[in-house]
Design a binder for this molecule. Structure first.
Ligand SMILES: Nc1ncnc2c1ncn2[C@@H]1O[C@H](COP(=O)(O)OP(=O)(O)OP(=O)(O)O)[C@@H](O)[C@H]1O
Ligand SMILES: [Mg+2]
Length: 458
């Protein structure tokens, strides 16, 4: 499976991949690359020792908007691993009970089941499409009923009906394949698996019980058939989908999903610093230490019930992140600290970083705006001094108002390009618009100089 080969990226290859999206933060990239490769290494170790090898859970420490979440997200994509992101502070909110910390595992399994299911769907797609074609042909040219009295289906003139039917069917198949019949309407049966069980019971937190009610109900209640009438092209898709569902072994999907969660799942716990330090939050919140105590068994390794089965959390990789302005990692309870042995600090971004962030990543902001306006025939030409000026202003505003890291670039660009974005295409027809330092200054200087104004706008 291709999933396996992706795991085999070496640490330096992982860093190279991350470099395509994230500027700087080399130390953090190295740490996550090692953690990811270590899981692959662990898989190669003999079984008795493998169980002993714990994941290198990581705490990313750094100010807001410098790439913590982005690194974790890209890493998960690279690894094609099941990934969820949770906010630790969520668990302190009113209405949450400590036990709900386990919901992150359930979310992770849900994600993995979908991931595996769509992979397997792809694998059976061809077969499902073939079956769909047969089904449609059955409707268009109903097959002959076997008549046991007459051994052979021979009509009065002695023609072999079976043969005739076959011929017509093949003729129809040709037409079907050529797309000639795509728009023709056809009536067919679809299974309607009523989600009734889930809908009725859902609001009462049935999911928490870790039981797959939908499946149970689905098995008890007879599958209903419903007639549907659509164009043949649509019917093909619907029937193929149904056939694919039938071809997929859901038990195997669930098994594989749980295995992937256990061995390669990644959970990103954001805002861990908000639950560091003892004491209670205000009011009826769950205490911060309480949240840590709830997190602990999951990070340490325990069995969590999900509707797809029991999940062992021992080898899930946890990446926590926080600014740690007020609290420090040492304010976490010792057991939890011990479970996050790797600490990496991310740096504040400099003006030079901003220049690179604007231009080099595959999803760089300037590339995004260029692509947007290109659809209207307008080409934005950012000159080097223009880009430098944008970066300089971003740094300046970050210093003066509040440091929100690379997020500042978003707010600055929307302000800078506001007029262009509004006036294309009515007032600015297809053309090239030059964005140089002069243009940037003109648009932004007055706002930057006025601190109150920049607080609101930039
Ligand atoms: N080093 C970087 N290189 C490229 N883009 C970056 C970098 N840092 C941040 N960004 C961009 O800035 C935005 C915010 O980054 P991200 O979500 O990673 O911040 P964060 O460090 O998780 O902040 P917070 O502590 O507020 O969660 C994203 O759109 C991201 O693409
Ligand atoms: Mg974040």
């Amino acid at each position: 499976m291709k999933n396996k080969s992706m795991h085999a990226l070496t640490p330096s290859q992982i860093v190279n991949e991350l470099d395509k999206y994230i500027i700087g933060q080399t130390e953090a990239k190295r740490a996550v690359a090692i953690a990811l490769r270590n899981r692959w290494r662990r898989q190669q170790v003999a079984e008795n020792l493998r169980e002993e090898i714990l994941p290198n859970n990581i705490i990313l420490i750094g100010p807001t908007g410098v790439g913590k979440t982005e690194i974790a997200r890209r890493l998960a994509k690279l690894a094609e691993a099941p990934f969820v992101k949770v906010e630790a502070s969520k668990f302190t909110e009113v209405g949450y009970v400590g036990r709900d910390v386990e919901s992150m595992i359930r979310d992770l399994v849900d994600y993995a089941v979908n991931l595996v299911k769509s992979e397997m769907t792809l694998e059976v797609q061809e077969k499902a499409e073939r079956l769909a074609e047969e089904k449609i042909l059955d409707i268009l040219i109903p097959p002959l009923r076997k008549n046991s009295n007459l051994g052979e289906n021979t009509d009065a003139e002695g023609n072999n009906e079976t043969l005739q039917n076959k011929k017509t069917r093949e003729w129809m198949r040709e037409k079907l394949r050529s797309g000639e019949l795509d728009k023709k309407l056809i009536e067919f049966d679809v299974n309607t698996q009523t989600g009734l069980g889930m809908q009725v019971l859902g609001p009462f937190g049935i999911d928490d019980l870790g039981i797959n009610f939908q499946e149970i109900m689905g098995n008890i209640m007879p599958k209903k058939k419903k007639k549907r009438k659509t164009a043949i092209s649509e019917a093909r898709k619907v029937i193929a989908q149904e056939e694919a569902q039938k071809l997929i072994d859901m038990e195997a999907v669930q098994k594989e999903a749980i295995e992937r969660v256990e061995n390669s799942g990644i959970i990103f716990i954001d805002e861990i610093d908000k639950v560091a330090g003892g004491g209670k939050g205000s009011g009826p919140d769950v205490s911060r230490e309480g949240v840590q105590r709830d997190l602990l068994p999951i990070v340490e390794g325990s069995n969590v019930n999900t509707k797809y089965g029991v999940v062992k959390t021992d080898h899930i990789l946890f990446i926590a992140s926080g600014a740690f302005h007020v609290s420090k990692p040492s304010d976490l309870i010792p057991e939890l600290q011990g479970r996050f042995p790797i600490r990496v600090e991310l740096k504040s971004l400099t003006q030079e970083d901003f220049v690179k962030i604007l231009t080099t990543p595959e999803n760089a902001l300037l590339k995004q705006y260029n692509a947007l306006l290109e659809t209207e025939g307008v080409k934005l030409e950012f000159t080097a001094d223009g880009i430098k000026e944008i970066a300089r202003i971003a740094s300046e505003v970050n210093e003066q108002v509040e440091n929100i890291g690379a997020r500042r670039l978003h707010t600055i660009l929307t302000t800078l390009l506001d007029e262009i974005l509004f006036n294309v295409p009515d007032k600015i027809p297809a053309s090239t618009v030059k964005v140089n330092a002069k243009f940037v200054k003109q648009k932004l200087d007055s706002i930057v100089k006025d601190r109150d104004l920049s607080k609101y706008i930039l």
